[in-house]
Design a protein around this ligand. Structure first.
Ligand code: 13P
Length: 248
């Protein structure tokens, strides 16, 4: 059995004080959660949010990590910096990073290996664009992202994958539950061939892209979907809590 994981990705939203207020509002609503609950927050919010999460069942995540241990990488954040504040998860290779910040499968791979070595759980994002889906390239694109982004990983079960079709992010267009299930099934099969079928069966794969309180039950009912990476709906306590409590 794979334990579901619902993670918020705040992106570039919430100052530290706004973030503290948000997690204080979420915490009492999710005490009965049967899934792993994570908030991935802007780096500068981490110290305050980390403090506010003490004594709750919500885990802390970052939105990126650099691949080097330390050094001349102005503006970047290292794994050690995250660990000092109790960060357990880190999003890697989000499509916005790939689109606006020149992230590639190669840098995704380096960041993922560094995060794993440090004991962080990477949430590695993959997904196709609208043009790629419409021209029938979805599987080819995902296979490349998997083969290049996940190479040399010793224990693939230690990561989480987020399948986020780029056309569904922030657009209000969700992949249908069947579409998401089928594509995640393909991702699992590809990982099974690359690593081992047993490991793929244990690996948690989330769906992300306009997931909300209204559509989460249907998505989460799908066999292959083990959770969600939530953008917009993670910024409102009742909405995020409703997704976390999808099984109630
Ligand atoms: P939305 O939920 O706002 O579509 O964002 C999804 C996402 O990019 C999560 O990482």
């Amino acid at each position: 059995m794979r334990k579901p994981i619902i993670a918020g990705n705040w992106k570039m939203n919430n100052t530290a004080s706004q973030g503290v207020a948000l997690v204080k509002a979420i915490a009492p609503l999710v005490t009965e959660a049967n899934c792993d609950v994570v908030v991935c927050v802007p780096a500068i919010d981490i110290p305050a949010v980390s403090e506010a999460l003490k004594g709750t069942n919500i885990k802390l995540g970052a939105e990126n990590v650099h691949f080097a241990e330390k050094g001349a990488y102005t503006g970047e954040i290292s794994a050690a910096m995250l660990l000092e504040y109790g960060v357990e998860y880190v999003i890697i290779g989000h499509s916005e990073r790939r689109q606006y910040f020149a992230e590639t499968d190669e840098t995704v791979n380096k960041r993922t290996l560094t995060a794993l070595n440090a004991g962080l759980t990477p949430i590695v994002c993959i997904g196709e664009s609208l043009e790629e889906r419409e021209t029938g390239k979805t599987e080819e694109v995902l296979a490349t992202q998997i083969h290049e982004g996940l190479k040399n990983i010793e224990d693939i079960t230690k990561i989480v994958i987020a399948y986020e079709p780029v056309w569904a992010i922030g657009t209000g267009k969700t992949a249908t539950a069947e579409q998401a299930n089928e594509t995640i099934g393909f991702i699992r099969k590809t990982i099974g061939e690359m690593f081992c079928p047993n490991c793929a069966a244990k690996l948690r794969i989330q769906y992300g892209g306009s997931m909300n309180a209204g559509n989460c039950k249907e998505l989460m009912a799908m066999e292959e979907i083990d959770g969600g990476l939530i953008g917009g709906a993670s910024l409102k306590a009742p909405d995020f809590a409703a997704i976390v409590n999808f099984d109630k």
